[in-house]
Design a protein around this ligand. Structure first.
Ligand SMILES: *Cc1c(COP(=O)(O)O)cnc(C)c1O
Length: 254
């Protein structure tokens, strides 16, 4: 399969996963995590109509968002082939662990920061975003798989942190994010996703985070179907779309 076919295939699998969960495909927001991909591939996906991309490292996020913007501006100026694409329509997501010393750069280029997991980090974001004209939008990363090496706040601490961030004028908590333990067993994936989904609904019911608390980011290439069944409305797909094409053609030569 080429890039376009893999992209179409992921979208088709989302349709199927929502259908079997009794949900609608348009409830699911697809973020393509381009960390394994090339700039070339990102451009092709933009031309295919995709707008939401994610990176897990600040430096790459910064570089790529600038390169893509430059490309779109030049493309607009040259009035070349294809429909015009507004450079401002591309949305970058920071999906990885954010270091406090990278907050300034990250806030400047990303539309949504998925991995906020401490009050100190939120405060740092607040300080930086205070100079901007719109609040920084964040998701709280919850460690629902219980693995010690994973980032994220423990489930019992989530509500309090949501309330604390609610008092920050320039940070808006849009929802929760979690990662399941890496496993091909649906039952293992479910443990983490169901817990996070329950927390998300609880907070929504209690009015925490306000009306904008509406994003539940869970599911990656190997577990997004389970995540959709558990209520996810934002999935982060990398390898399934950006898989190494070089390796693919090598194996065909064998
Ligand atoms: C890399 C990454 C993804 C995408 O992972 P795939 O398994 O390649 O789909 C999603 N979320 C986060 C936080 C990541 O770092």
């Amino acid at each position: 399969m080429d890039l376009q076919e893999r992209y179409e295939s992921v979208k088709q699998q989302i349709v199927e996963a929502t259908r079997s969960a009794g949900r609608r495909p348009d409830e699911i927001h697809l973020v393509l995590v381009s960390k394994y991909g090339t700039l070339e591939q990102i451009r092709e996906l933009i031309e295919l109509g995709h707008r939401h991309f994610g990176e897990s490292r600040t430096q790459q996020l910064e570089q790529r968002s600038a390169q893509i913007r430059e490309w779109l501006v030049r493309r607009q100026e040259s009035g070349g082939a294809g429909p015009e694409i507004d450079p401002d329509s591309i949305r970058w997501h920071m999906v990885g662990h954010l270091q406090r010393n990278k907050v300034k750069k990250t806030v400047a280029v990303s539309r949504l920061i998925h991995g906020v997991d401490s009050l100190r980090l939120a405060e740092e974001i607040q300080a930086v975003a205070a100079r901007n004209d719109r609040p920084a939008e964040v998701l709280l990363q919850v460690n629902t798989s219980g693995e010690r090496q994973k980032h994220g706040i423990t489930p019992p601490a989530v509500r309090h942190l949501v309330d604390q961030i609610d008092t920050m004028v320039n940070v808006s908590v849009r929802g929760l994010m979690c990662m399941a333990e890496h496993s091909d067993e649906t039952s293992v994936q479910r443990l983490a996703f169901e817990r996070c989904s329950e927390l998300f609904s609880e907070i929504q019911k209690l009015g925490g985070g306000g009306e904008d608390f509406d994003i539940l980011s869970m599911g990656m290439s190997n577990d997004f179907r389970t995540a959709i069944a558990c209520g996810s409305n934002c999935i982060r797909i990398g390898s399934l779309v950006f898989q190494d094409e070089g390796r693919e053609s090598e194996s065909q030569d064998d």
